[in-house]
Design a protein around this ligand. Structure first.
Ligand code: GA4
Length: 325
């Protein structure tokens, strides 16, 4: 069921659509503004080949259409990839979703799956897009080039690809039927949370469900646009920009009638990478340092020890006005 306290506003309200084919400095400026105000934007004319996208989508559809016993054979849980059904994380979170989770720096597992080549191509393409967006971000902030993109480009970068399938109501639930008017079909597919990594690049098929939380605490439904990518700031980018960028809370609802498919690339740094506010975001602008320095490994461990909706960033906040470096 959906918690009702937060109001829902108009579809796409204040969500920027950034045309990446514009002049570079314009794109860069628009990305910075979007990261500061909402932490979320759409990109069009992004340069990712349509064939790469369609192949990935078709292979995912084929995978999720397989019988349950075949899909569950893509476990065990402690491997760096898995098929999951309803369960999210390690602490009892769940949603009306089935998914495939790939750790992108471990290609060995992929050979076990028929969709491996489509996944590999897709990962390369969205990684390139994420790098490009991060380079434009660095340019706009005036920090050294590749400050962010180098973190996700390394061979040991700890990035993740997640393919989510939100099936129609009758595929998941027995008992009530679509004709039973007393049953609300709106369910939480993936509960509200922020993404722990640096940047997320997400796309979906033509079925809606994604909502992002705006600065007034309202949910903004995001219209589905298969030709665009949705991009959001992750927790680590909020830390590195010393809170200038917002790691936005978002969730996916499912309305029960159509299959929704979404594919998210979570661009993360190597496990041992040290993450903290960049000097240019603290001293140079005379701002109090808001976060401590930590490794991605420490942060990831903490994220997995908490519930999905918990706010992990608060645990790494410095005391008020404390300045360590
Ligand atoms: C949210 C973003 C990605 O989907 C994810 C999720 C991860 C998981 O499903 O295993 C987490 C969640 C996500 C954040 C908190 C922890 C870890 C579930 C959970 C309760 C793959 C990720 O990297 O962090």
């Amino acid at each position: 069921m959906v918690k009702g306290s937060q109001k829902i506003v108009a579809v796409d309200q204040d969500i920027p659509i950034i045309d990446m084919s514009q002049e570079r400095s314009r794109v860069s400026m628009q990305i910075i503004k979007a990261c500061e105000t909402l932490g979320f934007f759409k990109v069009v004319n992004h340069g990712v080949d349509q064939t790469t996208i369609s192949r990935m989508e078709q292979e995912s559809i084929n995978f999720f259409a397989k019988p349950v016993y075949e899909k569950t054979s893509v476990k065990p849980v402690d491997q760096p990839f898995r098929y999951g059904f309803r369960d999210i994380g390690l602490n009892g979170d769940s949603g009306e979703v089935e998914y495939l989770l790939f750790h992108t720096n471990d290609p060995a597992f992929l050979s076990q799956l028929s969709l491996s080549s489509a996944v590999n191509c897709y990962i390369e393409a969205v990684k390139q897009l994420a790098r490009e967006i991060l380079d434009l971000t660095a340019e706009g902030l005036g920090v050294p080039p590749h400050t962010f993109s180098r973190l996700i480009s390394s061979v040991d970068s700890d990035s993740v690809l997640r393919v989510n399938h939100y099936p129609p109501y009758d595929q998941f639930s027995s008992g009530a039927t679509l004709s039973d008017k007393s049953v609300s079909l709106t369910r939480v597919g993936f509960g509200e949370h922020t993404d722990p990594q640096i940047l997320t690049v997400l796309r979906s098929n033509g079925v809606g469900g994604l909502q992002v939380s705006n600065p007034d605490g309202m949910w903004v439904p995001v219209s589905p646009d298969p030709s665009a990518f949705c991009v959001n700031v992750g927790d680590l980018l909020q830390v590195m920009t010393n809170g200038r960028f917002i790691s936005v809370r978002h969730r996916a609802l499912t309305f029960g009638k159509e299959n929704r498919l979404s594919t998210a690339y979570f661009a993360g740094p190597p496990l041992q990478a040290k993450i903290g506010p960049l000097p240019a975001m603290v001293k140079a602008v005379n701002k109090p340092r808001l976060y401590q320095t930590f490794t991605w490994s420490e942060y990831k461990k903490l994220a997995y020890s908490l519930r999905l909706e918990d706010s992990r960033l608060d645990m790494f906040r410095t005391c008020k006005n404390e300045d360590h470096e």
